[in-house]
Design a protein around this ligand. Structure first.
Ligand SMILES: Nc1ncnc2c1ncn2[C@@H]1O[C@H](COP(=O)(O)OP(=O)(O)O)[C@@H](O)[C@H]1O
Ligand SMILES: [Mg+2]
Length: 313
């Protein structure tokens, strides 16, 4: 509460002030209708509630010929004068602007910190995720459970497994956007294509510029972000029918990432099964990925390859 409002309340409870107050009030309402008449005549412009007293309205003299304000908005009730020349917004407008600014920050963070291979991934959301089968409906239900748990502040490890083209990446991205929106863009989110990240880290060993960017990303941003999508985990392993083991370097990277994500939300998509992941990355990494994964795992097996479907139609 501002000093002005505190003083106003103090005055109100002083004995012997009642009559004076009533007189002021009727004078106040006379002035209000006078100002409203000037607004109707087009001589004054109203700029919404006063940010200082919240009871008065901000007005500025208006030049009808040149169609612009002739003075800075001021409040006749408390005397507040606006100084920066910008029209003062209503509470609702201020909230809207705050949301737009938060959205801009969140999107900048996402774009600058993410590792994309295909930029069209940023267009994937619930609005363009079609539900044409029971399996897709179940997948969306799991996504909604993830959203609910993240918004409740619970740590979440989610895993979308299954064949290629079935919508794992699309749904992971949609889940991320929904969490961004529901948090009014206060959650910090990163999308990482795992194969590209790993190749950039390896390249970074000989390229100091890349090392600076990706070394920092791994150590800092990936552990700080509220939500990280690790997309296509295991795509760096050659799939020739037999499950291989990741290199020691790869295992160290993946263990570091998931160790740093304890207590946060990570959505992993992969074409491999849980058993395969255990063989590839080992027990320690898999046990980290499995913490808080209850009700957050979905196998997309049985859903048609949407890329093939699209190509046929
Ligand atoms: N349910 C769906 N509705 C609309 N498009 C979909 C759906 N599932 C997948 N797609 C589209 O099919 C393509 C492949 O999906 P993607 O999520 O990349 O598959 P995956 O990650 O399982 O390999 C993408 O263009 C994606 O937008
Ligand atoms: Mg994918």
């Amino acid at each position: 509460m501002s000093d002005y409002m505190t003083n106003d309340l103090d005055e109100r409870f002083k004995p012997g002030q009642k009559k004076k107050k009533q007189k002021n009030e009727s004078f106040g309402s006379l002035m209000t209708s006078f100002f409203q008449q000037l607004v109707r005549d087009g001589r004054l412009r109203s700029y919404g509630a006063c940010p200082q007293c919240a009871t008065g309205t901000l007005y500025a003299f208006y030049d009808r010929k040149n169609k612009r304000a002739r003075s800075l908005p001021a409040c006749p009730t408390c005397g507040y004068k606006q100084t920066n020349g910008q029209p003062v917004q209503s509470q609702a407008e201020r909230e809207k602007l705050k949301l737009i600014a938060a959205r801009k920050d969140a999107v900048n963070y996402l774009i600058n910190s993410s590792v994309f291979t295909d930029k069209t991934v940023v267009e994937k959301d619930f609005g363009n995720f079609k539900i044409k089968s029971d399996k897709q409906r179940q997948a969306v239900k799991v996504a909604q459970q993830i959203i609910q748990d993240v918004m409740a502040g619970n740590p979440v490890n989610a895993m979308f497994t299954g064949p290629t083209g079935t919508g794992k990446t699309h749904l992971a991205m949609a889940t991320m956007y929904e969490i961004l929106e529901k948090s009014r863009y206060h959650k910090r989110c990163i999308f990482v294509n795992y194969r590209k990240l790993l190749s950039q880290i390896k390249q970074g060993m000989s390229d100091p510029e890349a090392q600076k960017k990706y070394g920092h990303l791994i150590a800092d941003q990936l552990s700080k972000a509220d939500l990280v999508v690790i997309d296509d985990l295991g795509s760096e392993i050659n799939d020739n029918g037999t499950v291989k083991q990741a290199t020691q370097f790869d295992i160290e990277q993946i263990t570091d990432i998931y160790d740093g994500r304890v207590g946060k939300c990570t959505i992993t998509t992969t074409n491999w099964t849980g058993r395969d992941l255990m063989n590839i990355y080992g027990r320690r990494a898999l046990s980290r990925m499995s913490e808080h994964s209850m009700n957050h795992i979905f196998n997309f097996e049985g859903i048609q390859d949407q890329r093939l479907l699209e190509a046929k139609s």
